[in-house]
Design a protein around this ligand. Structure first.
Ligand code: IMP
Length: 431
């Protein structure tokens, strides 16, 4: 029985949805602790493909409780759409519990995200334009609307009216854009409140009781370590903390209650949005990886930038998150390549850097230093035991462990639930 945090070790899109779906089978509760509907998980169950943005993928198991923690920012219209889409496919959703302390995304957040990105032009962050950043700005600026406010009509009206007074000034004076109508927004949000009210609760109490009862709890991080507002490639980051420590904060438990941290690492690297990416590939090899790996954003459909695995990044993620294990995903995508490369350091200004730099200009000028390994040709998508992987695929995984210091517990060889090789039971060992 254990509490396990699952985090992305790269720039998001590591395949956390599939690993969460796999681990959720063993969990009693699955918790989202940060981010919002900027995230996107694709989970394949049998012949069905589910795309989830807010609701933890544990919802696809009929007996799991799913929790949206206080650290998440919730767009209620998106959440309701997701609930309806699941209900239409006969997935029961009454087991979803939403923190009363989670913040709400409002239309003015989305609007501002669009206006700010457009204004920045070539200097844009490349956000998902879902209003995530502006919602977190309001949270820290102490003018946010929480789920508990959404349920209290008077407070909701007052906060929307007050916030829009300021925001409408900004829209018209700074951006030359149309103001928004507080009454129309309030009416919509009152409707959402009616729909979501039965799901809203004090999540911290629920999780404490579950921990005391020795339940298995999986905390699923959205995005990845390099998109963390503190530890990522600032300012090309999201506005929350996808790293492991935030699981405690974003769910209302103490850090001593976390038993284990698993980092999800794609067998290569991808990035959406702007910002430096040392191992980025261009041309034929990038296209090949993108097509074979289906590297298009779940949320925005944008083609992802693709590159070789960067072990400097994964080793950094190991340190920042305190990783116990790695789950390496999409190993099958690399099948058929003659030579594989893993970045072990960067050459910059005549020096070899082995630690991930804080400076974006250093990162932009960093030249990757690669280890080269021979590839494998065998189709590995049907392999179910680690020992049955071709020796060169095993060597590739072992090199990842050598370079990062983290053992590999899980290996993904395809999109299906069954296409996961297990070397360690991450829930198995207790504290
Ligand atoms: P925002 O989170 O929409 O503000 O976007 C900020 C940055 O994070 C942009 O580079 C986005 O592309 C990136 N981002 C946000 N969510 C995800 C995700 O789930 N996967 C990958 N990148 C993401």
């Amino acid at each position: 029985m254990a509490t396990v945090v699952l985090v992305g070790t790269q720039w998001g899109d590591e395949g956390k949805g599939k690993v969460t779906d796999y681990l959720a089978a063993k969990a009693d509760i699955v918790v989202r602790y940060q981010g919002g509907n900027n995230a996107g998980h694709t989970v394949v169950v049998g012949e069905e493909v589910f795309r989830l943005h807010l609701i933890p993928s544990g919802i696809l198991y009929p007996d799991k409780i799913c929790v949206i923690g206080n650290g998440v920012v919730i767009d209620p219209a998106v959440l309701i759409n997701e609930l309806d889409a699941l209900a239409a496919r006969e997935v029961p959703t009454a087991r979803l519990v939403i923190s009363e302390r989670a913040h709400v995304i409002l239309p003015y957040h989305r609007y501002l995200d669009e206006l700010e990105e457009d204004k920045k032009g070539a200097g844009k962050i490349g956000t998902t334009r879902r209003g995530i950043g502006p919602a977190y700005v309001d949270k820290v600026g102490r003018v946010g609307v929480r789920m508990i406010d959404l349920l209290d009509t008077e407070t909701l009206r007052r906060k929307i009216r007050q916030n829009l007074e300021d925001k409408n000034h900004l829209f018209s004076r700074v951006f030359g854009a149309e103001p928004l109508d507080a009454d129309a927004i309030t009416r919509d949000y009152e409707r959402y409140a009616g729909r979501l009210a039965p799901l809203v609760a004090d999540v911290s109490i629920l999780l404490h009781e579950a921990i005391d009862q020795g339940k298995n709890i999986l905390f699923e991080g959205a995005q990845g370590t390099l998109l963390d507002v503190d530890h990522g490639t600032y300012p090309y980051v999201t506005s929350s903390n996808p790293t492991a420590a935030a699981a405690a904060l974003g769910a209302g438990i103490g850090p001593t209650k976390i038993d284990r941290v698993v980092g999800v690492c794609k067998a290569y690297t991808t990035r959406v949005g702007e910002g430096p990416f040392p191992t980025e590939l261009r041309g034929e090899m990038a296209d090949r990886i993108r097509e074979r790996g289906g590297e298009y954003g779940t949320t925005t459909g944008r083609p992802r930038r693709c590159g070789w695995l960067d072990a400097v990044i994964v080793r950094y993620a190991a340190r920042i998150n305190g990783l116990d294990f790695l789950a390496v995903t999409k190993l099958d995508v690399l099948t058929g390549l003659d030579t594989l490369r893993i970045c072990r350091g960067y050459r910059y200004g005549g020096q070899l850097l082995t630690e991930f730099p804080a400076s974006l200009s250093v990162l932009a000028g960093a030249e990757p230093v690669y280890d080269e390994l021979p590839g494998w040709d065998e189709d590995i998508s049907g392999v179910r035991l680690y020992e049955d992987l071709p020796p060169r695929a095993q060597d590739y995984l072992e090199r990842i462990t050598e370079l990062t210091g983290v053992p590999v517990a899980l290996v993904g060889v395809g999109t299906r639930r069954s296409q996961m090789l297990v070397r360690h039971d991450v829930f198995g060992q207790g504290k």
